[in-house]
Design a protein around this ligand. Structure first.
Ligand SMILES: CC(C)(COP(=O)(O)OP(=O)(O)OC[C@H]1O[C@@H](n2cnc3c(N)ncnc32)[C@H](O)[C@@H]1OP(=O)(O)O)[C@@H](O)C(=O)NCCC(=O)NCCS
Length: 219
C-alpha cells in the first residue's frame, strides 16, 4: 500500500496478526459481540494505526468508530483503515497535508456471482472486457469493487453522507496502475469548487488487490 500513496501519508501494514496487541480502553466495547477473526483484525489494524500515529509524532490513543462506522481520529489527523484475510493496513496523515484518503484491500479473486451487476454501472460493465484485454489475469470486477470502497472511505469524512456504488464511474488506466472516479452526486466544496472527481491507484500483489484514493489538499 505504501507505493500507492503520497509520501506525506504514513502507511503501516501487517500480513499477520500481532499476538501481543491489545485493545485500548473504549475499544473493547466495540468487540463485545465480535467473533475471533473480527477481534484480531480490529486489534491488529489499530496497532498499525497507533504505529502510524507514532510516525506522525503523536501519542497512542483509542481509535473508536462513529455512527456511520467511520474511524474517529485524534484532532489534526485523518486516515483510513482496511482489513481482509491475511492483510491489515492503516494510512494516516496530518490534516492539511491531504484533504482525504481512502484505502481498501480485497483478496485477488472474482466477485461472487451477481455482485458485479450490482456494483458496476453500465459504462463500467462495458469496460471490464477491455481492461481484461489490456491486463489479462487481473480480476477486474473485484478491482472495480475495491476502488469504489476506497472512493467511499475518502468521500465520507468530507461529505458525511452515503455514496452508493451507482454514484461513481471508475475508469482505470490498466497499464499504469491509476484510476479516476467521476462522482454523480455533488460533493462538498473544496478549494472553491464542489468535489466532482477523485483519483486513485491500484495494484495486485501477493494475492491481494490494493487500492487507494487521495484527495489533494486545497490550501
Ligand atoms: C464501509 C465499507 C467501505 C468498508 O469496506 P469493507 O471492504 O467492507 O471493509 P474494510 O476492511 O476494507 O474496511 C473496514 C473499515 O472501513 C472503515 N469505515 C467504515 N465505515 C466508514 C465510513 N463511513 N467512512 C470511512 N471509513 C469507514 C472502518 O475503519 C472499518 O474498519 P473498522 O471497523 O475496524 O474501524 C463497506 O462496508 C461499505 O459500506 N460500502 C458501501 C459504500 C460504498 O462502498 N460505496 C461506493 C461508492 S462509489
Amino acid at each position: 500500500m505504501r507505493a500507492l500513496l503520497p509520501p506525506q501519508v504514513v502507511v503501516v501494514e501487517s500480513y499477520g496478526d500481532v499476538p501481543d496487541a491489545r485493545p485500548f480502553p473504549g475499544e473493547e466495547e466495540a468487540l463485545t459481540r465480535a467473533v475471533e477473526q473480527r477481534r484480531r483484525e480490529y486489534v491488529t489494524v489499530r496497532h498499525c494505526a497507533r504505529q502510524a500515529l507514532a510516525e506522525l509524532g503523536l501519542p497512542p490513543v483509542a481509535i473508536l468508530s462513529g455512527a456511520h462506522r467511520e474511524p474517529l481520529w485524534p484532532a489534526g489527523v485523518l486516515g483510513s483503515i482496511t482489513h481482509c484475510d491475511g492483510y491489515r493496513a492503516a494510512a494516516l496523515a496530518r490534516e492539511g497535508s491531504v484533504a482525504s484518503v481512502g484505502i481498501d484491500a480485497e483478496p485477488h479473486a472474482p466477485l461472487p456471482e451477481g455482485v458485479a451487476g450490482v456494483i458496476a454501472r453500465p459504462e463500467e460493465r462495458a469496460e471490464l472486457a477491455r481492461w481484461a484485454g489490456e491486463r489479462p489475469g487481473v480480476c477486474w470486477d473485484r478491482v472495480l469493487f475495491s476502488a469504489k470502497e476506497s472512493v467511499y472511505k475518502a468521500w465520507f469524512p468530507l461529505a458525511r453522507r452515503w455514496l452508493g456504488f451507482e454514484e461513481a464511474t471508475v475508469r482505470f488506466a490498466p497499464r499504469d496502475g491509476t484510476f479516476t472516479a467521476e462522482l454523480h452526486q455533488a460533493g462538498p466544496v473544496l478549494g472553491g469548487a464542489p468535489l466532482s472527481a477523485m483519483t486513485g491507484r491500484w495494484a495486485v500483489r501477493n494475492g491481494l488487490i490494493l487500492t487507494s484514493v487521495t484527495v489533494p489538499a486545497t490550501g
